[in-house]
Design a protein around this ligand. Structure first.
Ligand SMILES: [Ca+2]
Ligand SMILES: [Ca+2]
Ligand SMILES: [Ca+2]
Length: 247
């Protein structure tokens, strides 16, 4: 529907400066006259046209048209800059006029921008907090045989004792192949186990020590027994010899 308004008496002068210092007057669009006098009157039946409603304005697609008496105004929408006839996106990220968190990435969009928390952080983008990847149930790339340590924005993985690797992949270390990695006696057998071998090695060593002590005790006892037996035998022999001498 055409929106029109009829004006009764309006006088408007618009001076226009010229190069020689004088000036000329030019009536605004929608008014008529010689410039010194611009009149809208019923005599001329001049009517203002709502160019915005008529869609006869030349505002940019990203601008808002506002009708005025005798003309219209184009103003770029929020997020855009320009004359209104031309409007271009404002890159808030480059201009750093965004409100993204310091731990978020700013992504410019046409007419606006988005904030996305960086890897290792979670939140709306305007606010971001560290993710604890080491919490039970939180997925991380640590090997099952590695210890996870949370850091701000990330985490680290370190292979547990008895395993070698970068933390993301950990493999059993055979301590028996390296004399500096086990404390087995040179004359003992080292048995590698998966993971905490050194504990087992110590257990084996302890077992060997206990066995050696038992053997030593047993041997000592036997020696005494033998000695005691020899003594008894000597006494008996002496007694027999004495008895024979007496008889
Ligand atoms: Ca108008
Ligand atoms: Ca933008
Ligand atoms: Ca973290």
């Amino acid at each position: 529907m055409s929106v029109q308004r009829v004006h009764t008496t309006v006088t408007l002068m618009l001076p226009v400066q010229t190069h020689d210092g004088s000036f000329t007057c030019q009536c605004k669009d929608g008014y008529r006259g010689n410039g010194v006098s611009c009149v809208v009157s019923l005599v001329y039946n001049i009517i203002d046209i709502d160019e915005c409603a008529e869609k006869t304005d030349n505002c940019h697609s990203n601008a808002t048209c506002t009708d005025t008496d005798g003309s219209f105004i184009c103003k770029c929408n929020n997020g855009y800059t320009g004359s209104g006839v031309t409007c271009k996106d404002i890159d808030e990220c480059t201009l750093e006029t965004d409100d993204c968190h310091s731990d978020a990435n700013c992504i410019n969009t046409n007419g606006s921008f988005n904030c996305e928390c960086k890897d290792g952080f979670s939140g709306s983008g305007v606010s971001c907090v560290n993710v604890n990847e080491c919490l039970k149930g939180t997925p991380n790339n640590c090997d099952p045989n590695a210890n996870c340590t949370d850091t701000v924005g990330s985490y680290t993985c370190k292979c547990q004792d008895g395993y070698g690797g970068d933390g993301y992949t950990c493999n059993n270390v055979n301590e028996c192949l390296n004399g500096t990695l086990n404390n087995c006696h040179p004359n003992s057998n080292c048995a590698d186990t998966v993971g905490l071998t050194h504990v087992n090695v110590k257990m084996v060593t302890l077992g060997m020590d206990i066995l050696a002590i038992i053997l030593l005790v047993l041997t000592h006892v036997n020696v005494k027994m033998v000695t005691l037996g020899m003594d008894i035998l000597a006494i008996v022999s002496s007694f027999i010899s004495y008895s024979q001498d007496v008889s």
